[in-house]
Design a protein around this ligand. Sequence first.
Ligand SMILES: Cc1cc2nc3c(=O)[nH]c(=O)nc-3n(C[C@H](O)[C@H](O)[C@H](O)COP(=O)(O)OP(=O)(O)OC[C@H]3O[C@@H](n4cnc5c(N)ncnc54)[C@H](O)[C@@H]3O)c2cc1C
Length: 397
Amino acid sequence: MNNSFEKFDVFIVGGNITGLICAIALSQNKIKVGCCDPNIDINNFNSEDTRSTAILRSGKKFLENLNIWTNLKNSCLPLDKMEIIDDNKIFKKFSLFENYIFDSQELLEKPFGWNVKNNVLKRTLVELVKKSKNIKFFSNQSFEKLLIKKQKITINLSKEKIETNFLIGADGLNSKVKQSIRVKQTLLDTRQKALSFQIEHEKSHKNISTEIYKEGGPLTFVPTKAKDKMNYSSVIWMNHSKESEKLYNLPKHEFEKQLNKRSLGIYGKLNLKSNINLWNVNTMFVENLCYKNVILVGEAAHVLPPIGAQGLNTSLKDISILMEIFQNKNKLSYQELALKYETKRLPDIKKKMFSILLLNEVVKSNSIPVMFIRRFGIEMISKLGFLRKNIMRFGLS
Ligand SMILES: Cc1cc2nc3c(=O)[nH]c(=O)nc-3n(C[C@H](O)[C@H](O)[C@H](O)COP(=O)(O)OP(=O)(O)OC[C@H]3O[C@@H](n4cnc5c(N)ncnc54)[C@H](O)[C@@H]3O)c2cc1C
């Protein structure tokens, strides 16, 4: 049998944000890391992703420890406050249209988070991967299948075979690694889609991220860096799937007209400054995070609706826990290490899943009792200091 495959300590399948950060983190512990992605060429990197990511405080600390933050901070914009506007037909009829502001100052630590464009974040990570001597990136190559034999894993990539001691699936919702290790998943269709794009607006955002709640889903504006301007934002517009598809197919001027109407004029006139991406909004959770010496991280392990900036921040938690376990590995075998990761991560992921799912159901609902509960809930949170602080802390944890 030919056994001259290239050998790695750890191999990561999927080289998007989660996979790249995971590779950088492990490589800094003198671990020989391999990573592959069929859609990424690190020597000719290009991204059309119009989303941005709000990195929360715990995420920033982690990226600082990895020295990633130094390369990123000049492209990030701090988010000091969060505004919620509850715009629904019933309350509007009675002129009960209100906004609520949550100020990070209350937690004595400013800001809530820092927003960065996804394509800037990815480019920064790709550059760091290129510089690392401990990472080998297999551009434009996909994972095909694996064979686990006596603690070693042999992997077929599309063009070659490699061998590794530990395998990480960071290959997203439809992860082939997850299928190969037969981990069961529950996929909930929210029947929503999200549009992402960038805009310029007349009035300053004043570093406030704003969510306008309405039946179908929220319209979220997140202040984004654009030279020294204070009038540039990334937008996520969630809606029932059919409505989102209709909006996506509108000509530019018609789309802008609908957007201006839905924004209630809070930023003055809005102009579209990028192309528009259409995303499925899914919720997915898994029964297990590991099998033998294989684990799942990021969107291969959990997919959350894009509200509350939890998606990537939950993935950063996966990687930071994994790093902790690796750093205290001692005599643990790779299989014991994988099990420890699952034990530490699974309960936390389930807790976060449940709360974000519930929040999404409440925000998108057009049922009259739920609309009242939503308004009452926001009112209580905004009026009761202790409740407000605890909810803000949970959102940032
Ligand atoms: C509209 C929207 C807005 C969001 N906003 C935020 C936010 O503000 N804050 C936040 O924290 N999160 C946010 N998220 C979530 C965040 O974007 C994701 O968590 C993030 O993209 C990381 O995903 P990932 O790298 O785990 O998976 P993915 O992005 O799905 O990447 C998986 C990678 O695996 C590769 N792959 C697939 N199959 C194979 C294979 N067989 N072999 C090798 N590679 C393979 C793919 O090419 C891909 O590059 C948002 C998500 C959406 C949809």
